[in-house]
Design a protein around this ligand. Structure first.
Ligand code: ZN
Length: 255
């Protein structure tokens, strides 16, 4: 199997631009937050855009769609459930679909909650998942259109991928997420260590993306509602995991 090259860059204020380049020349932009920023990254790498893979309909993920399509002739793939709200969509996909990008398999996983049609693109042979605004580094997206139980189920689907999966998310919120996480799990030494590293990374002008799923399982409090310390702190006993997740999300919203 040939190797993919994945390039990340910051665009807008805190959106993450991601280009996925296969040796046959195929290049996908994961979402299109800003046409000029994506174009600049393409020029820097010397790649030409063949696809945009859209995770969900929000404007900060689709604003560049039409301009990039006009300039490059790329094909836009996106969630069927949100097709009407995705500018320039050519190919509609949904949970369970599989397609090839430059000969590399891409599995579509439905991850609703942040929006109702949100999808994740998982490339199993390349150990990479593009999760949009569902999971963030040590955090998770806001539950805007779905409900907490639905969002929890979506997070479980990502958490169930192989632990060596590299997670590419839609925003750089790492430091704020880790600080919140430490209010929930103050004794989590790895979480504390990751916060320090994340602060250094941001100070150096670099990105904390991607993250490794295995690290998230140990430090992302939103994936750890089963944690007995957390349950004790919240005064929640033997309730379903999604209820503890909902409490975590509500607390983060107020933080
Ligand atoms: Zn969003």
């Amino acid at each position: 199997m040939s190797t993919l090259e994945i390039h990340t860059f910051l665009c807008r204020k805190d959106n993450i631009g991601v280009l996925v380049h296969a040796p046959d020349g195929s290049t996908a932009s994961i979402d299109a937050p800003d046409a000029a920023a994506v174009q600049a990254a393409l020029t820097e790498k010397g790649w030409s855009l063949s696809h945009i893979l859209v995770t969900h309909h929000h404007g900060d993920h689709t604003a560049g769609n039409l301009e990039l399509k006009e300039k490059t002739g790329c094909r836009i793939v996106g969630p069927r459930l949100e097709a009407a709200r995705i500018p320039g969509i050519d190919v509609e996909v949904e949970d369970g679909d599989t397609f090839l990008l430059g000969g590399h398999r891409v599995d579509v996983i439905g991850t609703p909650g942040h929006t109702m049609g949100h999808i994740t693109y998982f490339m199993p042979d390349d150990h990479a998942a593009f999760v949009g605004d569902t999971l963030f580094v040590m955090g998770c997206g806001r539950v805007l259109e779905g409900n907490h139980e639905m969002m929890w189920h979506s997070l479980c689907r990502i958490a169930g991928l192989p632990p060596d999966t590299r997670i590419y998310c839609g925003h750089e919120y790492t430091v704020a997420n880790a600080r919140f996480g430490l209010t929930v799990e103050p004794d989590n030494a790895l979480l504390r260590q990751r916060l320090e590293k994340a602060e250094e990374t941001v100070a150096a002008g670099a990105l904390n993306i991607p993250t490794l799923l295995e690290q998230e399982l140990r430090t992302n409090v939103f994936l750890r509602p089963h944690n007995t310390e957390t349950r004790r702190r919240f005064g929640m006993g033997a309730v379903a995991d999604w209820r503890v997740f909902a409490e975590l999300r509500e607390r983060k919203n107020r933080a």
